[in-house]
Ligand binder design. Sequence first.
Ligand code: KG4
Ligand code: ZN
Length: 350
Amino acid sequence: MSRTPVVLGVESSCDETGFGIVSDGVLLGQGLASSASQHAEFGGVVPEIAARAHLDAAVPTLRIALADSGVEAEDITHVAVTSGPGLATAVHVGLAAAKSVAWALDKPLFGVHHLAGHAAADTLEHGPLPERSIILIVSGGHTSILAVGDLVRDPIEHLGDTLDDAAGEAFDKVSRLLGLGYPGGPAISRAAAGGDPGAFSFPRALLRPGDAPFTFSFSGLKTAVARTVETLERAGEPVPVADIAASFEQAVVDVLVTKSLRAVRERELNTLVIVGGVAANARLRSVAQERCDAAGVELRIPPPRLCTDNGAMIAAVGDLLVRSGADPSGLRIAADPSAVLHGAQLPLPR
Ligand code: KG4
Ligand code: ZN
């Protein structure tokens, strides 16, 4: 019998450098570094700065992951790495690191899709996914409702995506225009905690009968917030930042939960999984829980530290791939910065 896999996952698609180690569905430990503070003065992630920070952080963060797991490098049986989507320069650093480790240890390498990693993160907390479920992915670059079976064996069906901004991007842009800084999600969330979510009635896009049922749009909401701030400033009135943040957050959460539950109902399923950086949001977590309870739907959301980017989620995909008998990608795997999510493992370049 072959020994239980011990999978190292490597993540570097945006501003977090993550290494995680997973064995048989269990997170053994991880290391995580962030360059977020280096991007703050620019109001968003600067790819070149992110890439340099990954290069600086790679070896120390890997060491932390090994120490945290109590695993020696030689115990690693497989390596998995985000090969897309993400910032090209940033993905390249993680890929180079993962290839080096896989080559030096002579272990198989898997190139995996970053968003499959977000979904797999939930299995580290709540165990295997049910036979079929609806997954809402809400990150800085993506907002999608997916119908999913076996995460690594079955094709992933997109029920709807966003027409313009991703949910996280909307948080980041609104945070900037309220002067709350980067990253926007946690900043808005903090400001919103003291505000009234009903103070402003911001638009909820594409919720009318006849609108695409699972498609999102957040650019109109961002513009509505900008107009509100401009109007108040022009009139010389104070801008109630907490109320605007809370009302904006409520509008985003309302649309996300309404459309996801509609997908669960329409597909006659009973599980909703919410993943990605925005799933760390306290209002989203509580509103989704309330509405899922009312609808008799099981809600699964990873703990906040596994919602934002990390290496453990990539190790989780690698572990699922290994246990399903998938063929490794090998050292030829290349970065695919705009990879669409059709499956957990990304194809080799032609
Ligand atoms: O999944 P993630 O870490 O990276 C991407 O794959 O994009 O998501 C980052 C996004 C950012 O836009 C950030 O503002 C948002 O997730 N985010 C949050 C919260 N924490 C992070 N949004 C709302 N509330 C939060 N607490
Ligand atoms: Zn992500």
